[in-house]
Design a protein around this ligand. Structure first.
Ligand code: ADP
Ligand code: MG
Length: 723
């Protein structure tokens, strides 16, 4: 049977392999062993009952605490071709009746119910007549008074269980504390041997903790790094939720809020907007999150100190369910503890001491100077050796870092291919597919690296170039700043070494994604838009169609046939048939529009369309091009009624931008420099570079005027290109 389970995993869900424990758990369930499953958020608990549900002949009942969670899951299952329904008070009478019919006709595999609905007489009556094979109690910590979401009705599920003695029972939760575990095992009388607990290490989350000094600025700066991603900001009080929401909106972010003071329907509306990507940022109190299975939450900010580590862990757990890197930032101040202490003092006396202790643990965690995962996981009874390389203490340098391996490889390859004799400006031109004369002069449009870096702006490439220099993967050599690779670059080429760098924050922000990653950002964006359009049309959250992880793979692999979609993570038979062609068409259109040859998407056609007439060239281009027709600099100054120095400046920019000026002796002649002076000036430029004239002026004992240096610099730049 477990082989069949594996086939379903691959063919229906499109996942290549099981996550830790899934296989053992599923095998146990198929062998009809009652089981408790404790796996962290994103650990893949749902599949542990969904796959058996598909394989069992009878019905699987899933007890779930919230309607929003059920609807979410049913939406995702339906889009995977698995028949699932729910019964709840929100359904119209017609929909309710229709679901009952489907159940009676045994055309449904999974039935989702809240415990309240389950225990209603008419539900019990219905269930008596149905063949039930599996009872899955999701979010099972709700049965425990020790849990964070105690729901008394949840305990009644055990009464129901006695009515279906032949069915297998499984209880699932992400809450790891010992009391909760014990409560679950005891209530459902599950043998201790059938207890699965996975590691609680979420190894795709970067954990950052900072002392609040200017929290609003700290917050804004942090979320600016995620220009398009979803995130949640947790605050302790309703008031601060509202203040922060206002602050974010005033700063142009699409944010909404969630707290217990809002009307039910308002809360629901805000939550739906978040799930459907209509708003990006949710500012919330602790009340928010339980109903959220959104897989692509990319960042969590805790704007105040949580009251204990369970809460901290639970909140950061909402980030990165899809396994992609996500960032968690905790901001705290000593004064936060006063608010919490006040809350605690209002509680019953016998639990006050425990709560104080928990708060002390939380504070100790925030202040830890070693690997944050050691105290965090230690709290849940798991020993962690430290050195996680993904928290602010293991990587103080990394708090802001992002993986730039792929762009780094592109850049270094381009330096190599062009013979290690060009400076940064020219390399960027090649990468971005510039049509500067110099490119064609050297046939650099024929290189495989030509145009492979269009996804990033020139400024971003500049930033990357600086990082590569700083990390000594290449060096700039005098006199002209030609870039050369160092031996260290090879490890990067071979994929043995990752390159991490601070994120780029300069203007203009061109890339869309949170990392400059290995996929094509422009295509990823386009697929995302398509997905949003389809999702809105179908009334579903976008991730129910395809997840971000799937889209990033599509934007990396550029599949061209329905068949090749089978290789993509998260695309099973149903999604392939239902959505495959739409996304393939989108990819095809993108390739056509951008003249991307799919056999080697990094090669762009050699001859470009000519520049459209409406593009007005910049001033430097205007002067440079005129100069190249044979008009002298002096004539250009006279006919345009501007200073000679201004013309010279434009011509200098022309050269720096990678264009080539015709050969001329005009500059030397105008400067009146004799050969000996010219040699001295050259040496001075070799030493001080060409960006500022003052150091050269001083170097030459102030004997050569700035006007003359202007002219000589141009000559110097011209000559350096020829070399
Ligand atoms: P949990 O309930 O444990 O928090 P979910 O069941 O919601 O986690 O699963 C989290 C994500 O991981 C979902 O998007 C799910 O489809 C995905 N997933 C589950 N099992 C696998 C697997 N074996 N391989 C890849 N992705 C998986
Ligand atoms: Mg779950």
């Amino acid at each position: 049977m477990i082989d069949q389970a594996k086939t379903i995993l691959q063919e229906t869900f499109g996942y290549p392999s099981f996550k830790p424990f899934q296989e053992e758990i599923i095998e146990g369930i198929l062998n009809r062993q009652d089981t408790v499953v404790v796996l962290p958020t994103g650990g893949g608990k749902s599949l542990c009952y969904i796959i058996p549900a598909i394989l069992f002949e009878g019905l699987t009942i899933v007890v779930s605490p919230l309607i929003s969670l059920m609807e979410d899951q049913i939406g995702q299952l339906t889009q995977t071709g698995i028949p699932a329904v729910c019964l709840n008070s929100m359904l119209s009478p017609e929909a309710y009746g229709q679901n009952i019919r489907l159940l009676r006709e045994n055309r449904v595999k999974l039935l989702y119910l809240a415990p309240e609905t389950l225990m209603m007489p008419r539900t019990l009556e219905l269930l008596e007549q149905l063949p039930i094979d599996l009872l899955a109690v999701d979010e099972a910590h709700c049965v425990s008074e020790w849990g964070h979401d105690f729901r008394p009705e949840y305990r009644k599920v055990q009464e129901f269980r006695t009515k279906i003695p032949h069915a297998v029972v499984m209880a699932l939760t992400a809450t790891a504390t010992p009391q909760v575990r014990t409560d679950i095992l005891t209530l459902f009388k599950i043998p201790v041997g059938n207890f699965f607990m996975g590691s609680f290490n979420r190894d795709n989350l970067f954990l950052d903790v900072r002392i609040k000094n200017n929290p609003q600025a700290q917050l804004i700066n942090f979320i600016k790094k995620f220009p398009k991603e979803s995130g949640i900001i947790y605050c302790t009080t309703r008031k601060s939720v509202e203040n922060i929401t206002d602050l974010l909106r005033a700063n142009g972010f699409k944010a909404s809020s969630y707290h217990a003071g809002l009307e039910d329907n308002q809360r629901r509306e805000n939550q739906l907007a978040f799930i459907r990507d209509d708003i990006r940022i949710m500012v919330a109190t602790i009340a928010f999150g339980m109903g959220i299975d959104k897989p692509d939450v990319r960042f969590i900010v805790q704007y105040d100190l949580p009251k204990n580590i369970e809460t901290y862990y639970q909140q950061i757990g909402r980030a990165g369910r899809d396994g992609l890197r996500s960032d968690c930032l905790l901001l705290y101040a000593q004064s936060d503890t006063q608010t919490i202490t006040r809350f605690i003092s209002q509680k019953e006396e016998n639990i006050q001491a425990v709560e104080h202790e928990k708060l002390a643990d939380m504070l100790a965690f925030a202040r830890a100077r070693n690997c944050l995962r050691t105290p965090l996981l230690g709290y849940f009874g798991e020993s962690f050796p430290g050195d996680c390389q993904l928290c602010k203490n293991c990587r103080p340098d990394q708090q802001d870092l992002t993986d730039i391996t792929i762009p780094a490889q592109k850049f270094l390859a381009c330096v190599k291919r062009t013979g290690e004799i060009f400076g940064t400006g020219h390399i960027i031109d090649v990468l971005r597919g510039s049509r500067a004369k110099k490119i064609f002069q050297f046939d650099h449009d024929q290189l495989s690296t030509y145009g492979i870096g269009k996804d990033l702006a020139a400024m971003e490439w500049k930033h990357i170039s600086e990082q590569l220099l700083a990390q000594e993967l290449m060096k700039a050599t005098a006199p002209h700043g030609s870039l050369k690779l160092t031996p260290r670059a090879w490890a990067v080429f071979k994929g043995e070494k990752k390159v991490m760098a601070p994120r780029f924050h300069g203007e203009p922000i061109v890339t869309s994604n949170f990392t400059m990653a290995s996929w094509d950002n422009a295509l990823f964006d386009r697929l995302r838009q398509k997905r949003k359009q389809m999702a809105d049309h179908m009334g579903l959250p976008p991730y129910a169609i395809l997840t971000d992880k799937t889209l990033t793979e599509l934007a990396q692999v550029f599949p061209s046939s329905i068949q090749s979609l089978e290789q993509i993570h998260g695309i099973g038979a149903y999604k392939k048939e239902t959505f495959g062609q739409t996304f393939l068409d989108e990819i095809q259109a993108y390739c056509t529009e951008n003249q991307i040859d799919r056999r080697d998407r990094f090669k762009t056609p050699q001859k470009k369309k000519s520049r459209s007439v409406s593009d007005k060239p910049p001033r430097f281009k205007y002067f440079g091009d005129l100069f190249n027709t044979g008009i002298s600099a002096r004539e250009l100054a006279d006919t345009n009624k501007i200073k000679l120095a201004t013309v010279l400046t434009h011509l200098g920019v022309y050269i720096r931008e990678g264009f080539v000026l015709r050969e001329t002796r005009e500059f030397i002649q105008l400067s009146g420099a004799d050969p000996k002076t010219w040699e001295q000036v050259k040496l001075a430029f070799d030493e001080h570079g060409t960006l500022a004239l003052k150091p050269v002026f001083l170097h030459l004992d102030q004997e050569i005027s700035y006007d003359r240096l202007h002219l000589l610099r141009l000559n110097y730049l011209m000559e350096s290109i020829k070399q």
